[in-house]
Design a protein around this ligand. Structure first.
Ligand SMILES: Cc1cc2nc3c(=O)[nH]c(=O)nc-3n(C[C@H](O)[C@H](O)[C@H](O)COP(=O)(O)O)c2cc1C
Length: 352
């Protein structure tokens, strides 16, 4: 049944395919029944008990509508968003393109989402159910029209923070003008201080981990700045990476010409390079979440060896379908055992 549905979904334009998938999951309580957890995959990081290291990356469930279905696929954690304070439509369509031959996607969505109020309602609903104890990251951003970006982040931290297991500060989407400049040396120190001050001031939120999601298109110096500033400010974690505006000349699909952020297989090596550099620059002292181009257990294994404590994926799920996470977890356990380790945490940073 899944195979037929997947074939049908893949035959539709990508944004329609996505919204139909979300509707099906929402109303049919869609799930994958062969779910399991295993002690070799569990870890205590960021003050949280992760049943396994494989998470859903931001952008799939922007409005916190299908978290339950995503957990039933076997994800160890789910990151919702990016959420902006006010609802917004995003950029003009079409704005999602499949690069089928490359197993990649280009998107220029521009933070289309239903806004913080609706997302809060959805999170409250889920926090009152049996998935209350699950790890849900809330990824926040700014509205297109907001002039002073930090105000939107501070608002969202206060408004949504108590419902988050961790909060991701997204300053790396290429589809909101000027957003990525927040990563630069002249801006990021002051920006992060304001964010952390806000978090520390609010009783229900002051223990919530704050993670910064960064771009794969930063140079050595910019990475070094972020590493030093993150260490100096005791940032809880970094997520590496968002989509890239670069286009490798190995890309085959015609849609490589589309404007926006590229995700999926061609991003794997680039994001691993950034991950390794960041692991070294921070001396392994800051938990890193590796994301970009993962489509198998060995990809997860490679990212963890490159310094990630946890991983996330999005694009591969749209190509491989719902059995992906079950298969990845099974094969990850085999890889750990074959190499003579007991737990996934034993391999963090082993190839750096
Ligand atoms: C259609 C689409 C929408 C996305 N939207 C967001 C978003 O709202 N916020 C965010 O931080 N990342 C977003 N991302 C980036 C992913 O979270 C992830 O960082 C990136 O796709 C690399 O992982 P992947 O190769 O496994 O897809 C989006 C990616 C895609 C494909």
């Amino acid at each position: 049944m899944y195979n037929y549905s997947l074939k049908f979904i893949k035959s539709l334009p990508p944004e329609l395919a996505h919204s139909l998938t979300i509707k099906a999951m929402k109303y049919l309580s869609f799930g994958y029944k062969k779910n399991f957890e295993h002690s070799a995959l569990s870890q205590h990081i960021l003050g949280l008990d992760f049943p396994n290291p494989v998470g859903l990356a931001a952008g799939f469930d922007k409005n916190a509508e299908v978290m339950q279905s995503m957990f039933s696929l076997g994800f160890g954690f789910v990151e919702i968003g990016t959420v902006t304070p006010e609802p917004q439509k995003g950029n003009i369509k079409p704005r999602i393109f499949r690069l089928k031959e490359d197993e990649a996607i280009v998107n220029s969505l521009g933070f289309n989402n239903k806004g913080a109020q609706k997302v809060k309602k959805n999170l409250l609903k889920i926090r009152n159910t049996y998935i209350n104890n699950k790890i849900i990251g809330v990824n926040i951003g700014k509205n297109k029209s907001t002039k002073n970006a930090v105000d939107d982040y501070l608002y969202n931290i206060e408004y949504l923070g108590s419902l988050a297991s961790y909060i991701t500060i997204n300053i790396s989407s290429p589809n909101t003008e000027g957003l990525r400049d927040l990563q630069l040396r002249g801006n990021i120190d002051n920006f992060l201080k304001k964010i952390l001050d806000k978090r520390d001031q609010i009783k229900d939120i002051n223990k919530k981990p704050i993670l910064i999601k960064i771009s794969p298109d930063l140079d050595e110096n910019q990475l070094r700045d972020i590493a030093l500033i993150s260490l100096a400010n005791n940032i809880d974690g970094l997520i590496l990476t968002n989509t890239t505006t670069e286009r490798l000349n190995t890309l085959i699909s015609n849609n490589k010409k589309r404007k926006g952020g590229l995700s999926g297989k061609p991003l794997f090596e680039t994001s691993n390079t950034i991950l390794k550099k960041m692991y070294s620059l921070t001396n392994g002292q800051i938990p890193l979440i590796g994301v970009g181009g993962i489509s198998s257990a060995s990809d997860c294994y490679e990212k963890i060896k490159a310094g990630a404590s946890l991983v996330q994926l999005y694009t591969a799920l749209t190509y491989a379908g719902p059995s992906l996470i079950y298969n990845i977890k099974n094969e990850l356990i085999d890889l750990i055992k074959t190499d003579g380790y007991k737990n996934i945490s034993d391999i963090i940073g082993k190839s750096v």
